[in-house]
Design a protein around this ligand. Structure first.
Ligand code: HAM
Length: 416
């Protein structure tokens, strides 16, 4: 009797060929601008001490209060699969004393993150982010650079139909002044128990309430933007001036609420127009109190996390990437055992020269192999038969034009 099949857990995103080609292209496009700007790789564990996220991300957030994958390990420790990357990055910076060296510390990462959300299109329980963090410099220029690096990543994919929203959550002084009035405002509302609890942990969370009636109520609430201290206002003005000068377009959104509690000062989100309700393709901001909160020194930081899954969906929705852009340079079809060895030698040489070369393995007839080559979208095909074994020439077929030309084997790399 056949055994029952096992499926992937509910709500995970996974990528298999051929779509994984697109995923890889999107991820690499998002990473490249960070590398070019001098950010360095950090490879961190996907599970951490649960306390890290409680303290770092904040207990008033949905992420920590409802969405964490938390379990007790065999040593009776509470472990959580990382729901985001900033807290872990900061933990590692402190642990490895990177903040005792030259500042800013500039890091990038890419990998899987986990949130037990209700799955839907563009919202997964395991998803992928590319992120950067710049730690230890409170300068509007670096805010603008971080934002510009994210924007360059989306542009490298070819995305156009998105907007960048920015705001400032101010410094501690700004937020304290705003909190007084916001708390006063909230005290006049008739709230259910869960909402009151959220408000008592972080009153700003109420701006994030998705219920229509709460949105109407909160449209009258005082906005943090109107409470910025002089220093915060100057910082934010300067960020905008840099973005203008760099040609990075943005719109102001003073009602933006990020899903994580560590944000301070400049905060931003990239919103795509074709993605429906899960339209956030990336976001980030300053987190000036986080390092201290996690037991480190009092240093500022700013960074972003870009959603690779959503950026891919956005690219597909805009029609800016296609599968056939990623096929190999050459497909070699050997006829017979001796030809197979010759094909493998040629392939090895060409791969050393940086060409992508596939061989038709298996005992496939010429016709079938040609069909497979055509289907794969490969650019050129070479057949190695008896004739080719005797001379140093092969017939190179250009699959898009159908034209065949005789090429010396030693010159194949140039011909490709
Ligand atoms: P975040 O806004 O929570 O920020 O997530 C960043 C991006 O990850 C989102 O804009 C979205 O594209 C993607 N994303 C989040 N949750 C899901 C999900 N369930 N399914 C698919 N994609 C998702 C952070 O995580 C911060 N750590 C970013 C940051 C770095 N801030 C400062 N430094």
């Amino acid at each position: 009797m056949a055994r029952a099949k096992i499926s992937a857990p509910k709500g995970v995103s996974e990528y298999v060929p051929p779509r994984s080609r697109l995923f890889e292209f999107v991820r690499e496009s998002l990473i490249a601008p960070a590398r070019l700007a001098g950010y360095e790789l950090m490879e961190l564990p996907v599970f951490e001490d649960t306390e890290l996220f409680k303290r770092g991300v904040g207990e008033s957030t949905d992420v920590v209060s409802k969405e964490m994958y938390t379990f007790t390990d065999r040593g009776d420790r509470s472990i959580t699969l990382r729901p985001e990357g900033t807290a872990g990055a900061m933990r590692a910076v402190i642990e490895h004393a990177l903040d005792r060296g030259p500042l800013p510390v500039k890091l990038w990462y890419s990998g899987a993150f986990f949130r037990a959300e209700r799955p839907q299109a563009g919202r997964y329980r395991q998803f992928y982010q590319v992120g950067i963090e710049a730690i230890g410099l409170d300068d509007p220029a670096i805010d603008a650079e971080v934002i510009a690096v994210a924007d360059a990543g989306f542009k490298a994919i070819g995305l156009k139909k998105y907007r960048l929203e920015i705001t400032s959550l101010g410094d501690a002084q700004s937020r304290a002044a705003h909190k007084v009035d916001l708390t006063k405002f909230i005290s006049t509302l008739d709230l259910d128990e869960a909402t009151s609890l959220r408000a008592s942990m972080n009153p700003l969370r109420l701006f994030d309430d998705k219920r229509a009636q709460m949105r109407v109520v909160m449209s009258r609430a005082p906005l943090l933007m109107d409470y910025l201290s002089d220093a915060s206002r100057r910082h934010f003005e300067s960020v905008k001036t840099y973005l203008d000068a760099l040609g990075v377009a943005y719109v102001l959104n003073p009602r933006m609420v990020r899903g994580l509690d560590y944000y301070t000062g400049t905060t931003f989100e990239f919103v795509h127009e074709l993605l429906g309700s899960q339209s956030g393709i990336g976001g980030g901001g300053r987190y000036d109190g986080l390092m201290h909160e996690l037991g480190g020194q009092e240093l500022s930081g700013i960074g972003f996390g870009l959603g690779v899954d959503r950026a891919l969906l956005a690219a597909e929705a805009e029609g800016v990437i296609a599968l056939d852009g990623f096929a190999s340079d050459l497909y070699i079809i050997p006829l017979g055992d001796a030809a197979m060895l010759r094909a493998m030698e040629i392939a090895m040489d060409l791969r050393k020269a940086g060409k992508s070369v596939e061989i038709a393995f298996g005992d496939r007839a010429l016709k079938g192999a040609m069909k497979a080559a055509d289907k794969s979208g490969v650019r050129f095909v070479v057949v190695i038969g008896d004739d080719e074994m005797l001379t140093s020439y092969v017939k190179l077929k250009n699959m898009s034009s159908g034209v065949t030309s005789s090429v010396k084997i030693a010159s194949l790399a140039d011909a490709l």
